[in-house]
Design a protein around this ligand. Structure first.
Ligand code: SF4
Length: 158
């Protein structure tokens, strides 16, 4: 700190309060992004989760254990985020499985508008590819106001 004065000296002497965690985004292949729900107690017909892991990292999150499916520690649930590789043709083929009147729920395992969505835009791409679809019911689970970005697409779908 020799030679430093004033605010520069204070800055150099400042104790670390907290270092923000680093998040890595990884692309992961997917044969499909839509999953059919079955069983008597099902609420939705289909679920869609474009991301594995969630940067929000809520302590109460019930999806944390899903990182163990990939032989990863649950602690990496919010720092190692997997982005499902986008393939519009695959998504359109997925949609052909959905019948009129079916409910498609986005973000049932992880938040579909988590920060990764701002970078990779999978929700926007999926909603755009759905324009023109009729007779579907759509549900979105998110705590992010990023969903507002896609209001135009949702209005058109409605
Ligand atoms: S926002 Fe949802 S998916 Fe993300 S960590 Fe919290 S509870 Fe889990």
């Amino acid at each position: 700190m020799g030679g430093l004065i004033g605010i520069a000296r204070m800055a150099a002497a400042s104790p670390l309060l907290e270092a923000k965690r680093r998040v890595g985004y990884f692309e992961i292949a997917a044969q499909s992004v839509i999953n059919r729900c079955s069983g008597k107690r099902k609420i939705f017909d289909w679920t869609v989760n474009p991301y594995r892991g969630c940067e929000y990292g809520c302590q109460y999150c019930y999806a944390r254990y899903t990182h163990e499916f990939m032989e990863l520690p649950v602690e990496e649930f919010e720092t190692r985020i997997f982005v499902k590789a986008w393939d519009e043709g695959m998504w359109r083929r997925d949609l052909q499985k959905v019948k009129r009147g079916d409910t498609v729920a986005f973000g049932t395992a992880t938040d579909c508008y988590q920060p990764a969505e701002r970078r990779y835009g999978l929700m926007r791409k999926m909603l755009e590819a759905m324009q023109g679809a009729t007779g579907l019911r759509i549900g979105i689970t998110t705590k992010s106001d990023l969903v507002g970005r896609d209001a135009d697409r949702l209005v058109k779908l409605a």
